[in-house]
Design a protein around this ligand. Structure first.
Ligand SMILES: Cc1cc2nc3c(=O)[nH]c(=O)nc-3n(C[C@H](O)[C@H](O)[C@H](O)COP(=O)(O)O)c2cc1C
Length: 395
């Protein structure tokens, strides 16, 4: 088949969406829990927030395996890595150390049994042929639990390492749309095809074997901007968003808008959000911990670089900057801070507002994950937004 993206199906046209088959909906992300949960950013140092505190998150393979296995045993649906290639320097160089995400996912796929294993991919750094094959391999290793999280890129300094730091937002998303189109064809078509795009050209495209999940694994897209959300509505099964308001009505409206965008394309979209978690016995203690991480033991030079180094058009708004400064959340999005009961209530409200899943990150995962499992999860189960995991269920 000769496929020309400029002939009607490709990006930047008013033609109808090319109908690729829906993903397999039998995997971990499509279970009965009303609010799904993921561990987010274990593969990245200082994933949740910028701090020079001694007990900030440092990465290690044995630790990543152990924490993902703990989350899996507690019934979490997702292990989601952050894609990063360099850090924000300063005293602690936050995000400066990370495990590459396809190989991270492959390793975890081999040592888990049930949890959804994500790979997060900067599309500009990898050919869709390579990505399609890596994901199929992870899907076989995990026996059908692979999920691809597609990102268009955030920081120029790291994309410059690949020679692709100069595309503006429209260019990045046009590229990303072609990349997705090519990847979906490789995943779902048995016949070979030519793909003649503006950015991507494939001669006699071929991919075998196909994934275990038929016709294809799920795709998530992480984005914040309207152009990003329009992309998710057209190409992804899950929109992974950053919620920058604590107002229930505003969150409901955001979720409604995203679902409508997908419905306009004749599609269904799950909505997941990222959140920092800081849980303590009292609200005052939780707030004091935040102040310690961000103010008393903060890393102001790195925090300043984080706001300055975004790609053009992706510098945080004043509102987001405020959240980043006061709560230490790296993306200026949600933060769940307080007692177990307060955090559980907050999560129930997010579920009520229509959020389908939360990807959670902690300043210190080693302390935070077990505490969340021991003290918050039972409250979510009692509230009916999650089911209890039966002993031995995943043995
Ligand atoms: C929840 C969430 C997770 C993200 N994860 C990543 C990531 O792992 N790597 C990355 O480069 N960008 C990540 N991004 C940033 C996006 O790639 C993008 O740069 C950002 O959302 C701003 O631009 P856009 O919304 O127009 O895409 C993430 C964004 C969100 C909202």
């Amino acid at each position: 088949m000769d496929y020309k993206s400029t002939d009607g199906h490709g990006p930047n046209t008013s033609e109808p969406v090319h109908r690729f088959p829906d993903c397999d909906r039998t995997g971990p992300l499509f279970g009965p829990n009303k609010i799904k949960l993921g561990v987010f950013g274990l593969n990245l140092c200082s994933a949740a927030g910028i701090t020079a505190a001694q007990d900030r998150h440092e990465i290690g393979w044995e630790q990543n395996v152990r924490l993902v296995q703990q989350a899996e045993a507690a019934g979490f649906e997702a292990a989601v890595p952050v894609a990063r290639w360099r850090g924000f320097e300063g005293a602690s160089n936050p995000w400066g150390e990370s495990f590459e995400t396809y190989t991270w996912a492959a390793g975890l796929a081999a040592v888990t049994k049930r949890i959804g294993i994500f790979s997060t991919s900067h599309v500009l750094t990898v050919s869709p042929v390579m990505a399609a094959k890596a994901m199929v391999t992870i899907d076989h290793i995990s026996d059908g639990r692979a999920v691809l999280n597609v990102v268009a890129g955030w920081f120029k300094k790291e994309l410059d390492m690949f020679g692709v730091g100069d595309l503006d937002s429209a260019g990045r998303y046009a590229y990303t749309a072609e990349w997705m189109d090519a990847l979906l064809r490789l995943w779902t078509q048995n016949e070979t095809f030519d793909f003649n795009g503006h950015y991507i050209n494939i001669k006699d495209g071929y991919l075998q074997p196909k994934a275990i999940q038929r016709p294809r694994p799920p795709v998530m897209n992480a984005a914040m901007s309207p152009v990003g959300h329009a992309f998710a509505a057209r190409w992804a099964d899950i929109a992974f968003v950053s919620i920058d308001s604590a107002d229930q009505a505003a969150i409901k409206e955001k979720v409604r808008g995203l679902r409508q965008l997908a419905a306009d394309n004749g599609r269904e979209l799950q909505i997941w959000a990222a959140s920092l978690v800081l849980c303590a016995a009292t609200e005052a203690a939780a707030k004091d911990e935040i102040a310690r991480y961000i103010e008393r033991e903060g890393d102001p030079a790195a925090a300043a670089n984080r706001t300055a180094w975004g790609l053009a058009g992706e510098r945080p708004s004043e509102g987001r900057k405020d959240t980043m400064q006061k709560k230490g959340s790296v993306d200026g999005g949600l933060s769940l801070i307080g007692t177990p009961a307060q955090i559980a209530d907050n999560i129930c409200q997010l579920s009520e507002a229509g959020i389908d899943g939360l990807c959670l990150a902690w300043f210190n995962f080693e302390k935070g994950v077990p505490m969340f499992i021991g003290e918050v999860l039972p409250l979510l189960e009692r509230a009916g937004v999650r089911q209890a995991v039966e002993m031995g269920q995943f043995a």
